[in-house]
Design a protein around this ligand. Structure first.
Ligand code: ATP
Ligand code: MG
Length: 387
């Protein structure tokens, strides 16, 4: 077996022209993120970025690369969730000619393209068990064999991975290798949801007003105080991406230079779940849907209701949700919902007798499986759950 040392890739596939840290945010949580990015940029160790959808994980990965000594080399992103397993292996590690049907020519993989630079493995939680084994070896030895080859290739790549899933839960459920989790989680970076970033919504709105105003050749819009108050109060389930999309729409539609409360969509004005996220009866919107954010809000809503109904008794709440108590507490901890509850706990018998007309936790199983049933029942409550 021969060992091939990959040379730094000269023809850069992704030249990122960006300031070292483009993440807007001045809240206490984001100041911690900025400080961490500056710190971990200088290390070669693997970073695992976690956070809800739209919180800026990819932007943070780019910021780490741009702040690191590798900034002159390639930043190569791969979305592990978007590529089928067979293709992902060849995409990451490359293949030799004839390695599989259709492999007419040899092809370098992303690991080689990122040599000397940073490989961003997005949606790492979606990776198949087979590829998890192969990735573990690269992370340990910086070596791999392209598909169909017995030549070992050595690379110098810094790996930054990201996920909006709870990988620790995936490990417990046997879907993600524990050894790989620890290899990835050397330097963890958690991006807070927008709900946890006080003051950042207004900053982001102004930032995107400038950005999209400039892009569309329009003067920068003003936001009147009533509209800004509504925007700041809204929960932004899709986080920064949702802010950006809405601001872009407002810029396009605006005619008189000022955004007023009446220009905002109803779901923002009433801080409820956007209609397209409420029910599966409407067809999937053209631009797609933030499925993970939606499912997470349903989960948060049920957790909150279970805790309310059990008066904070976690054992009973876990039972209501058919979860093991430890798994339930771990989930609460991850979601920042593990606050001390001062009300006295109820005994188990009392909880069973409680009823609630509007909450689908008491509904029959068929209701639980009907998205429209719980979406409408929970609309208000889900929107008000903080993570
Ligand atoms: N702090 C921020 N400052 C400026 N723009 C941001 C910030 N965070 C996110 N964005 C912008 O919001 C959009 C979504 O960000 P990004 O793709 O990095 O999120 P993500 O966490 O990777 O989302 P997903 O989990 O859905 O992949 C992008 O257009 C990004 O540029
Ligand atoms: Mg992403």
């Amino acid at each position: 077996m021969q060992l091939e040392i990959a040379q730094p890739f000269t023809q850069k596939p992704h030249v990122v022209v960006a300031p070292a840290n483009p993440l807007i945010g001045n809240s206490a949580r984001m100041r911690v993120v900025h400080a961490l990015i500056a710190k971990l940029a200088n290390s070669k160790s693997t970073v695992l970025i976690t956070g809800e959808s739209g919180t800026g994980k990819e932007l943070a990965a780019r910021a780490i690369h741009e702040s690191s000594p590798r900034r002159g080399e390639s930043f190569v992103p791969v979305n592990c969730g978007a590529i089928p397993e067979e293709l992902l292996e060849s995409e990451l590690f490359g293949h030799v000619r004839g390695a599989f049907t259709g492999a007419v020519n040899a092809r370098q993989g992303r690991f080689q393209l990122a040599n000397g630079g940073t490989l961003f493995l997005d949606e790492i939680g979606e990776m198949s068990p087979k590829l998890q084994v192969k990735l573990l070896r690269v992370l340990q030895e910086r070596q791999f064999e392209p598909v169909g080859s017995d030549h070992t290739v050595q690379v110098d790549v810094r790996v930054v991975a990201a996920t909006n899933r709870d990988l620790q839960v995936a490990v417990r459920e046997g879907r993600f290798r524990e050894d790989l989790f620890y290899r990835l989680n050397v330097l963890p970076l958690e991006l807070p949801s927008l709900r946890a970033r006080e003051g950042d919504t207004a900053l982001l709105i102004r930032h995107f007003l400038k950005l999209h105003g400039r892009r569309k050749g329009k003067p920068i819009l003003e936001v009147d105080p009533a509209a800004m108050a509504l925007l700041e109060r809204y929960d932004w389930p899709g986080n920064v991406r949702e802010v950006e999309n809405l601001v872009e729409r407002l810029v396009v539609l605006n005619e008189d230079g000022v955004i007023r409360a009446g220009d905002l969509p109803d779901y923002v004005a009433t801080n409820s779940v956007p209609h397209h996220q409420k029910t599966a009866e409407v067809s999937l919107p053209h631009q797609g849907v933030d499925l993970d954010g939606f499912l997470e809000r349903i989960e948060n809503g049920f957790i909150q209701q279970a805790l309310e109904r059990s008066r904070g008794n976690k054992t009973l709440a876990a039972e209501l949700l058919k979860l093991n108590r430890t798994t339930f507490i771990e989930r609460l901890r991850k979601k920042g919902m593990l606050q001390p509850v001062r009300r006295p706990s109820l005994p188990a018998e009392a909880v069973g007798k409680m009823t609630d007309n509007s909450i689908s936790l008491t509904a029959s199983d068929s209701n639980l499986w009907n998205p429209s049933a719980f979406a409408y029942a929970d609309g208000e409550k889900i929107a008000n759950v903080s993570s």
